[in-house]
Design a binder for this molecule. Structure first.
Ligand SMILES: [Zn+2]
Length: 161
């Protein structure tokens, strides 16, 4: 999940809106628990935004006069506690989760390959296993759609002859 739509109410910084929107859009958001349940806003039945298709994140910070204020993701308030900037996630909850596990196949010159190992790196918005599971599900759906289209094409060709 990523920040897709930004509305500025006031921006009195030296940085223009587009620059800030670009920077904010690069912030990864945790979405492991909601990625399956949400729909794209363009596919949603609501007229504007609802909790099924959006999460509202508010950033309301103000600097004191004469000093520089650092604005970080810590100032972001989200309407859904499951969707937070990755950097705001509690570290102790995930401690040890990302320990590297050494997977290495035993090497034999004459062996016939029957398995493979690969590494997945993530920015933290999705767990690696969810990335693989969702990727396989998307591939499976595309292959199923292709198979369905091909079978319909063959039926149409058979009827045409
Ligand atoms: Zn909606």
């Amino acid at each position: 999940m990523a920040i897709d739509w930004i509305q500025f109410e006031a921006n009195s910084t030296v940085l223009f809106d587009e620059f800030l929107a670009h920077r904010i859009g690069l912030i990864p958001l945790t979405s492991d628990e909601v990625v399956d349940k949400m729909v794209y806003s363009r596919d949603c039945t609501c007229t504007d935004f609802c909790q099924d298709c959006s999460v509202e994140i508010t950033l309301d910070v103000k600097g004191t006069e004469g000093s520089t204020r650092q604005v970080t993701t810590a100032g972001m308030v989200t309407s859904d506690s499951r969707v937070v900037p990755v950097t705001s996630r509690r570290c102790d909850a995930d401690a040890g989760e990302y320990d590297e596990i050494d997977h290495e196949a035993p090497f034999q010159w004459d062996a016939k390959p029957n398995k493979f190992f690969f590494n997945i790196e993530t920015c933290g918005s999705l767990r690696p296993e969810n990335i693989v599971i969702h990727g396989i599900a998307a591939l499976k759906k595309k292959l199923s759609d292709l198979q369905m289209s091909l079978s319909q094409e063959f039926q149409n060709d058979a009827l045409a002859i």
